[in-house]
Design a protein around this ligand. Structure first.
Ligand code: TXA
Ligand code: MG
Length: 338
C-alpha cells in the first residue's frame, strides 16, 4: 500500500481543520497524544477503521481504542457504569482507557469483533481539537507498524507511516511516552488492570475498592487474554532483548566480556555508558523518565550493529509497573536472574 502522505505542523494555519476533513471523509490521520502518537480514523465507519489494520499490518482481532472529546459522550457508544464518572472526574482527560459493553452504533471492525469498546479522552490539545472538530469518535491504536515500539516523536511516525496514512501531524515529543492505562470495570467498586500506564494501580486504588492486576501484565500469557493485544509480540527492536535482573556489580560483571551487544541501562551506570551501543533510559529510581525514554531507546538499537541487547530491570511499583510490562514484552519474557 502506497499513498500520498501530507505532513503538517500544528502551527500551520488550518492544519487541524484539514485533518478533521480527512477523518470525516474516511481517511487516516496520525496525531500526537499525551501518551504516544495514534493513527486515527472515524470509529463509526467500518471501512475507515478497517484501513487502520491494513496500514499497521495489525491482526484484525486486536481492537482499537475509541477517542472522545469529553467523558459524557461515552453514553452514545457504550453502557456506562457509575464508576466511570468517578474515574473520569479524577483522571480524564488523560492517560486512562476504560473498557465497557458497546452499543450497536460502534462497528465490530473497530472493536476487533468484541462486544465491548475501549474509551479514552486524551488531554493533548491537538488530539482534543482534532476529535472536537471532526465531530466524530476517533478510533486510534498507537501509530507504529505492528510489533514495533510505539511512536513517541514525529520522526518515529514519519519512519513507520509515510505512504500509509493521508496525513501526519507533527506535535513534537509525547509528554508521557508510554501508552495509556487500560482497565475494565467489573462492578461499581472493582476494576481489572489490563495494561499499566501513567494512571497507576496506587492511584486507581484511591477510588476503587479492588484493582485486580491481570496476570498477563507481568507474566507470559498462555490462555485467552482480556486485552487481545497482549498475546502479540510487542515493542520489539530487531535484535533480541534480554533483561538482566541483579545488583549493579553482578550486572557489570556479567557484561564484562560481552562484545557487540546493545546495553539499555540507568543514568547511574557510568561504567556501562562508556561502552559502544549503550543508552541510558533514565535514573534508576525515576520511572517517569524511563517511561518517557524507553521506546525511543528501543528504536535507536535498530540502527546499531549488534547481535543482542541487554537491559537493566526496572522497578515494579508506581509507573515502574508500566515500564516493566513494556520491557518484558519487548524481551519476549527473557529474564536472566543474576
Ligand atoms: O495511549 C494509548 O492508549 C494509545 C493512544 C494512541 O491513545 N493507544 C494505544 O492503542 O495504545 P493500541 O491499539 O496500541 O493498544 C490498545 C490495546 C490493545 O492491547 C487492545 O487489545 C486493547 O487495547 N483493547 C482495545 N479495545 C479493547 C476491548 N474492547 N477489550 C479488551 N481490550 C481492548
Ligand atoms: Mg500499540
Amino acid at each position: 500500500m502506497q499513498m500520498l502522505t501530507e505532513i503538517v505542523r500544528k502551527a500551520d494555519g488550518n492544519a487541524i481543520e484539514r485533518a478533521s476533513e480527512i477523518i470525516k471523509r474516511g481517511g487516516l490521520v496520525a496525531f500526537p497524544t499525551e501518551t504516544v502518537y495514534g493513527l486515527g480514523a472515524n470509529a463509526l465507519d467500518a471501512e475507515a477503521s478497517g484501513k487502520i489494520y491494513k496500514a499497521k499490518g495489525r491482526p484484525s482481532d486486536n481492537p482499537l481504542i475509541v477517542h472522545l472529546a469529553y467523558p459524557d459522550e461515552a453514553e452514545r457508544y457504550c453502557f456506562v457504569p457509575a464508576l466511570f464518572y468517578k474515574l473520569a472526574a479524577r483522571f480524564m482527560p488523560g492517560p486512562l482507557t476504560v473498557i465497557m459493553p458497546k452499543k450497536d452504533i460502534v462497528p465490530k471492525t473497530t472493536t476487533g469483533g468484541l462486544n465491548s469498546v475501549a474509551i479514552r479522552i486524551p488531554s493533548n490539545p491537538i488530539a482534543h481539537e482534532l476529535i472536537e472538530r471532526s465531530g466524530l469518535p476517533i478510533a486510534a491504536p498507537s501509530a507504529n507498524l505492528s510489533g514495533k515500539p510505539s511512536p513517541t516523536s514525529f520522526s518515529h511516525i514519519e519512519f513507520d507511516l509515510m505512504g500509509r496514512a493521508d496525513m501526519l501531524i507533527d506535535g513534537g515529543d509525547c509528554e508521557i511516552g508510554l501508552e495509556s492505562t487500560i482497565i475494565r470495570i467489573d462492578d461499581d467498586f472493582c476494576v481489572s488492570l489490563l495494561r499499566p500506564g501513567a494512571v497507576t494501580v496506587e492511584m486507581l486504588s484511591e477510588l476503587c475498592t479492588k484493582v485486580e492486576i491481570d496476570p498477563a501484565v507481568t507474566q507470559k500469557f498462555n490462555g485467552i487474554p482480556q486485552a487481545p493485544g497482549m498475546k502479540y509480540r510487542h515493542y520489539a527492536p530487531k535484535a533480541p532483548l534480554v533483561i538482566l535482573d541483579g545488583s549493579d556489580d553482578k550486572v557489570y560483571d556479567y557484561l564484562k566480556d560481552k562484545t557487540d551487544c546493545g546495553i539499555l541501562c540507568f543514568e547511574e551506570d557510568a561504567e556501562l555508558l562508556k561502552r559502544p551501543h549503550a543508552f541510558s533510559f533514565g535514573a534508576k529510581k525515576d520511572s517517569r523518565e524511563q517511561a518517557h525514554e524507553l521506546f525511543a531507546c528501543l528504536r535507536k538499537f535498530d540502527f546499531e550493529k549488534i547481535g543482542i541487547i541487554y537491559a537493566r530491570m526496572p522497578e515494579h511499583s508506581g509507573m515502574g509497573l508500566a515500564v516493566f510490562n513494556r520491557l518484558i514484552k519487548a524481551a519476549g519474557y527473557e529474564v536472566i536472574k543474576l
